[in-house]
Design a protein around this ligand. Structure first.
Ligand SMILES: C[S@@+](CC[C@H](N)C(=O)[O-])C[C@H]1O[C@@H](n2cnc3c(N)ncnc32)[C@H](O)[C@@H]1O
Length: 424
């Protein structure tokens, strides 16, 4: 029998769990809020803490509200729909402040956070399972491989949500019972890009069904990936993104900022922070979210590790004049910036650097930047902890962190983006 205890929740942790205390140990309680008195059953004791499941809320917080989605609580996609807006917005701000203070940044200006609107998420990877009673499709439950069969998702874009019933029907016809797949859906500027990742080899009939599905629903492109081989099943038009008026081809399932509104806000801050600098480097540039807006006014070096992404950027750059867009020079480099960061010497002559690494951050590259003569660094990050860790490297190298913009791109989740502006 699991142990059942009563706890008072003192605070919200970085993953969105309520945290209380029992016999000197922290107790982590998903879906509980500060000030609440709750009954929980202990599920696990690890790393000096007690992990638990909420049994009942005996004294609810005044900051609690009805979640926006019926799957909230079981679906692992969102952690914070039960907070009222004021409390949630304050938590986002505090989360940025806490990560910064853990690395010695106490008095940094944290700007008013920007929040993704509902239905603005234009990229999602859904898990699929075909069982005896058909296909289920959705996100995993928290800390579990169980899939929550989605019938609504208030954060995902309408174009993605509207395709789900038909997608499930076609996958139901194709997938054998007891099989799994992952479906990556991206709402590009000119339609949906879908990539199905499965270990099933496509037969002729399945291919025809998918092609018909793509035609009926005006899907821009549909790939089937098996054992790493990407099969272009239906390419009805090349999916593209529009960055500062430049049409950039989107490789299947590649990275884009998940909300167009958050992307615009981040681009605005990045461009503003680079004003007045002539030569700019955009590191971890992807397909050019920041590169093209920057290249309207600055000579640019764009560096990226994914070959398909940098090739898209190059194609778009080469076609931009014909599209009537005037850009300054863009030089590209395909390079692994973890293993071979741009050295301080290579950065000589660059006045500003924009850096937007994956969640792991960019310790090696920041170490080189800290030794460089670059005057302005704009650090864009999807992980406040690695952002703050890397910011410390820059600060120890003589940079001052002027301001930080929190961008809540994954609404109601514990993910948070930060844009930090540093000056030497
Ligand atoms: C957070 S995304 C940012 C992309 C782009 N700045 C944007 O906003 O669309 C991080 C990028 O880093 C790239 N990347 C990951 N590991 C890398 C590495 N070791 N070296 C260079 N680029 C890498 C990914 O391919 C991805 O494009």
């Amino acid at each position: 029998m699991p142990e059942t205890i009563n706890v008072t929740i003192d605070k919200l942790g970085a993953q969105g769990d309520g945290i209380g205390e029992h016999e000197g140990l922290p107790v982590y309680v998903p879906l509980a809020l500060p000030g609440e008195r709750v009954t929980v059953s202990i599920t696990e004791k690890k790393r000096g803490g007690l992990y638990s499941q909420l049994v009942s809320i005996d004294q609810p917080s005044a900051s609690r509200r009805e979640p926006a989605c019926k799957h909230f609580g079981s679906c692992g996609g969102c952690q914070l729909q039960h907070l009222n807006t004021d409390y949630y917005q304050q938590w986002i701000r505090d989360r940025a402040g806490l990560a910064l203070s853990q690395h010695g940044f106490e008095d940094v200006t944290i700007l008013k956070p920007f929040f993704a609107p509902v239905t603005s998420r234009r990229r999602a990877a859904f898990k699929v399972h075909k069982g005896g009673s058909g296909v289920i499709l959705g996100f995993n439950a928290k800390n579990s491989h169980q899939i929550i069969n989605l019938s609504e998702c208030p954060v995902s874009s309408n174009s993605i949500m509207q395709i789900i019933p038909a997608l499930k029907r076609v996958l139901d016809k194709i997938l054998p019972t007891r099989s799994v797949a992952t479906v990556h859906c991206t709402a590009a500027s000119n339609g949906l890009d879908i990539l199905v990742d499965s270990n099933l080899k496509l037969g002729l009939e399945a291919r025809e069904l998918l092609a018909e599905f793509a035609d009926t629903h005006d899907i821009a492109s549909l790939h089937w990936q098996q054992d790493g081989f990407m099969d272009p099943v239906a390419i009805r038009r090349e999916p593209v993104m529009d960055f500062a008026g430049v049409k950039v081809p989107l490789p299947p399932a590649s990275f884009i900022q998940v909300s167009a509104e958050c992307e615009s806000e981040m681009v605005k801050h990045v461009v503003e922070a680079c004003k007045g600098y002539r030569r700019v480097a955009d590191l971890f540039c992807g397909i050019g979210t920041f590169s093209f807006p920057l290249a309207r006014d600055h000579q640019l070096l764009a560096v990226e590790g994914a070959q398909a992404a940098i090739q898209s950027l190059e194609l778009a750059r080469n076609a931009s004049a014909a599209q009537g867009v005037r850009l300054k020079q863009i030089v590209t480099k395909h390079r692994d910036l973890f293993r071979r960061p741009l050295t301080a010497g290579e950065l000589t002559g660059f006045e500003a650097v924009v850096i937007d690494p994956p969640r792991a951050g960019a310790q090696a590259q920041m170490t080189e930047l800290a030794k460089s003569t670059v005057e302005r660094v704009v650090s864009v990050s999807c992980n406040p902890n690695t952002f703050a860790r890397d910011a410390r490297i820059l600060a120890d190298g003589g940079y001052i962190l002027d301001r930080v913009l929190p961008v809540d791109q994954f609404l109601w989740s514990s993910h948070l983006e930060l844009v930090g502006v540093f000056t030497r």
